[in-house]
Design a binder for this molecule. Structure first.
Ligand code: BTN
Length: 313
């Protein structure tokens, strides 16, 4: 695999003891943990990685600040999920995290494996468009899933998970765009490989306008404040776990929530599917997450996001 892993030394990979210490520090934010639970060697290693840890002669140690860097052990120490993030890999740079997950799927890796990259050299979006992934400015990751339902539901569920993470000022533009003030904040690329689904998410977090194409925005630009990127990653993975389950067990509720955040429903659309060009009103989602288009001639068509480009007419 043509990518470099970021994170701790080989010594701690596998059964990392820094992760155990981090778990204790994160379990009680702002509180002291006894020195007996935080060996000197682990504290030194964490300090070297950029963690700011306060040491008190009687009360022990507490975490004051974590580095703005994605690291597998850190993410796993914070995650409370059961499936998503069972295994986490972080690369300094790769071509596309979706491609890495496709390779891992071939090697039969566990469902819920998540691959992050600090930057992508060939990040891609739908229809082969490129996805700009500047180093350390966003969350560029993919999740290996084996859903027992159509992947079109997954795209819908993931969009809701993103909105729940960033806040409801974000709006969903069907099929997979998360927008803020009319600019693109996040994109979702869901790809199928046999019974595996690769859920790729790109979320612009801390960049400025020069870091992104003109049609895009970041959370920092949108809110005027730099964001806690790693904390956001943990919250987003937790939401993805929740909405992945709901997509299977209660897609109606996901669909209702999606409709509340969506700017496309009710709009007149021009949909291009290969050689076909359809016009009509975006009416609803069906039980599999396809958009039902009510055509001007009264007929309805099911539109799947993977097949179409949409212009809002
Ligand atoms: C789109 O808006 O068309 C989808 C963009 C998806 C981008 C993400 S970034 C992580 C993952 N790896 C990729 O190459 N693409 C997705």
């Amino acid at each position: 695999m043509a990518c470099r892993a970021a994170g701790h030394s080989d010594k701690v990979r596998g059964m990392p003891f820094t992760q155990t210490v981090l778990e204790k520090l994160y379990r009680s934010p702002g509180e002291f943990v006894s020195r007996a639970e935080a060996p000197e060697e682990a504290l030194a290693e964490l300090a070297g990685l950029g963690y700011v840890i306060e040491t008190h002669p009687h009360w022990g140690v507490r975490l004051l600040q974590s580095p703005d860097r994605l690291m597998a052990e850190d993410l796993q120490a914070r995650l409370r999920t059961r499936v998503i993030g069972r295994e986490v890999l972080v690369f300094e740079e790769t071509a596309s995290t979706n491609d890495v997950v496709a390779q891992l799927a071939q090697a039969d890796r566990a469902e819920g494996t998540v691959v992050f990259a600090e930057s992508q050299t060939r990040g891609r979006g739908r229809h082969g468009r490129s996805w700009v992934s500047p180093r350390g400015k966003g969350l560029w990751f993919s999740v290996l899933l084996r859903p027992t339902f159509p992947i079109s539901r997954l795209t819908v569920a993931a969009a809701v998970a993103v909105v729940r993470t960033v806040g409801s000022s974000a709006r969903i533009k069907w099929p997979n765009d998360v927008m803020w003030d009319g600019k693109k904040l996040a994109g979702i690329l869901t790809e199928a490989r046999g019974n595996v689904a690769i859920l790729g998410v790109g979320l612009n977090v801390n960049g400025k306008s020069e870091d992104y194409p003109a049609i895009a925005t970041s959370l920092e630009m949108a809110t005027g404040k730099a964001q806690d990127r790693v904390g956001l990653a943990v919250r987003l993975l937790a939401e993805i776990e929740d909405y992945y389950r709901k997509a299977r067990d209660d897609f109606n509720s996901v669909s209702r929530e999606w409709a509340n955040h969506c700017t496309t429903l009710g709009k007149q659309l021009i949909v291009t599917m290969g050689p076909r060009r359809l016009e009509g009103q975006a009416y609803a989602l069906d039980e599999n997450g396809a958009l039902i288009l009510r055509r001007d001639n009264g007929q309805t068509e099911r539109i799947l996001g993977a097949d179409v480009t949409v212009e809002h007419g």
